[in-house]
Design a protein around this ligand. Structure first.
Ligand code: ASP
Length: 334
């Protein structure tokens, strides 16, 4: 086990039991384990984790949870913070466009009952995650795309606006002149924001929102709005959300895989590592040239995060601390 993981797990075991609310979801489990005198490893709840360094977003989500709000409200409100941030060039307003200069958004959300909603190729609406929630709650469908998704959003009171900011337009115009004509995955900064939360009742929800790969082909959709790939929540077991090259996540149904591995007994960390292994160990995997990262949480409030590329990080708000943690990563030269 790598040193950081060791510290992380050790500190979790130290804090877990002391926090009363942590016992809500795990009480029976904890009692059983105490009988065998093994140390009980549980993380405290409520908690929020998110891909990349998005402390304002996790702070917002925790504010919702601390006020007694549920995990679904928390992840929606948290993701909205990044969507509204026009300086972030990968989510919502200000997102980098496709190669035709159009900003198109993908998002999804999933609740404790396994309900889900998603939007793909959504134009002109900043808060894609909230439209996804409306799809989940106010339509008989799971996914709406393109013009239909936009019409639905407008019918629900969302106001259309131009999402292409001057900065993103300039970046796109520079890319057109200089570019090798291929999509770019941003490995230095945050891309998709994916967020998972456990509320005071021990219930889990998750959400994911993105403008996708910068300068993608028009019409391209990644993993982020696809339930099971970009996000999966199973309130009995845990949840996972992905970022990085969506095509690779879709090919391995990554988030569902991580949750199923946890169902089979793996910790969130082990499950994320195995899911990354499924990508890098494929024959002819081109993993040296792309990035994928997973974050996961289980019902006990333990978390995991792992990536192919070293720049990946997770923001975690737990026990009153809102911190960004560099993730362990698969050594791409290894
Ligand atoms: N996963 C997103 C996509 O493929 C992009 C990202 O996370 O950067 O659309």
């Amino acid at each position: 086990m790598k040193r950081r993981n060791f510290i992380k797990n050790a500190s979790l075991s130290g804090v877990g039991i002391a926090v009363g609310s942590a016992l809500v979801s795990c009480k029976e489990d904890a009692v059983q384990k105490q009988e065998t005198s093994a140390p009980v490893v549980i993380g405290s709840i409520p908690l929020v984790i998110a891909t990349w360094d998005v402390k304002n977003a996790t702070a917002k989500a925790m504010e919702v949870l601390n006020a007694g709000g549920n995990a679904l409200d928390a992840v929606e409100q948290g993701c909205r913070v990044e969507e509204a941030n026009a300086e972030g060039q990968s989510v919502g307003k200000g997102g980098l466009p496709d190669r035709e200069g159009h900003v198109t958004l993908d998002a999804c959300i999933m609740d404790k009952h396994g309900n889900c909603g998603s939007v793909v190729y959504l134009k002109d609406i900043t808060h894609a995650v909230s439209v996804a929630r409306k799809v989940m709650e106010d339509t008989p469908h799971v996914m709406l795309a393109g013009e239909g998704a936009k019409q639905f959003a407008v019918s629900q009171g969302f106001t259309p606006e131009d999402l292409l900011t001057e900065a993103s337009k300039e970046a796109w115009e520079k890319w057109k002149i200089e570019a090798e004509y291929k999509p770019i995955i941003n490995i230095e900064n945050h891309d998709t924001i994916g967020m998972l939360a456990i509320d005071k009742n021990g219930d889990i929800s998750g959400a994911c929102t993105t403008s996708g790969l910068a300068y993608k082909m028009a019409g391209r959709v990644g993993d982020s709005p696809i339930i099971g790939s970009g996000l999966f929540v199973d309130n009995e077991i845990g949840a996972c959300v992905a970022t990085g090259l969506g095509e690779e996540v879709v090919k391995t149904v990554g988030s569902f895989l991580v949750v199923e591995l946890m169902r089979q007994g793996k910790s969130p960390q082990e499950a994320c590592e195995e899911a990354i292994g499924r990508i890098v160990n494929k024959p002819n995997s081109d993993f040296k040239n792309f990035q994928v990262g997973y974050i996961a949480v289980n019902k006990k409030g333990e978390t995991g995060d792992y990536a192919i590329h070293q720049h990946f990080s997770m923001t975690k708000y737990q026990d009153g601390k809102n911190v960004n943690i560099q993730s362990d990563f698969f050594n791409k030269n290894g």
